[in-house]
Design a protein around this ligand. Sequence first.
Ligand SMILES: [Zn+2]
Length: 292
Amino acid sequence: MTSNPKTPSAWGIELSKLWMVCGQNFPVDVKQIAPEVTKTRFPDEPVGIIKAHGITGIDGMLSKRKKGDWCISYDDTVTVPGRINFTLGHEFGHYLLHRKLREEFQCGQGDMLDYESTESKKLESEANNFASYLLMPINDFREQIQGQAVTLDLLGHCAERYGTSFTATALKWLEFTEKAALLVVARDHFICWSYPSKLASKRGTYLRPGTPVPQSALDRLNHVGTKRVNQSCRVSQGIWHSEMEAEESVIISDNFDLAIFLVQFPTAKRIIDHEEEEIQDTFTVLSNRAQG
Ligand SMILES: [Zn+2]
């Protein structure tokens, strides 16, 4: 019998490969793959049922049932596109990685950074990490964007393909892109959080929570209203970075009164260094930052 993967990303990669080898289309359907895989690999305690639970405020739940199998349930009233699929992936992650630790997990993921209500930040970020690798395989993601300028529309296309939210999809791209780019989420003119790609991080583009949004970006936002604006706008140095010009595009989130900026720095040069870097683990990094 083959041994099972040990890390969240290894599990996600193995199962997304399995999905593709079986000739299935995206998005990966957790409702199908979770019962099938667990029936074969863990016949004594498979995922026996996946159903809506009708409890608002709890996005997803994993619980052990009396007969020994496991139930994944989810809030089917969540309307943000892609959130339910990611939640199912997340709960499946708890099953694969954490079921020996507890018999019940209750999860809310309204904001991917909001782990404050949870004691187990590590477990939550591992489950998110698994879901991101399962639903958004990096090889396929690279193919989708190859040779194209990465725009909000292109990321939106990928979000649709993978059945994931815009934010989760953009974070995944930032995790592997070689470009210098920064995702900034703001509310009421202040930055809630920002996340840079590796190259952008090396150029010091991270913006702390509470930093005011640049005035020119606010002016543009007021002008735009509630539409998504795909055209990026070239802005001078000193706006998003002291020394680099940027290309800024912005989208208003449907449900949360949030503005999401995608800021790219086309003039950033790759600093060549010979250190072997570990693959950056976005979803863990984020939860650590959320802890301050
Ligand atoms: Zn969870």
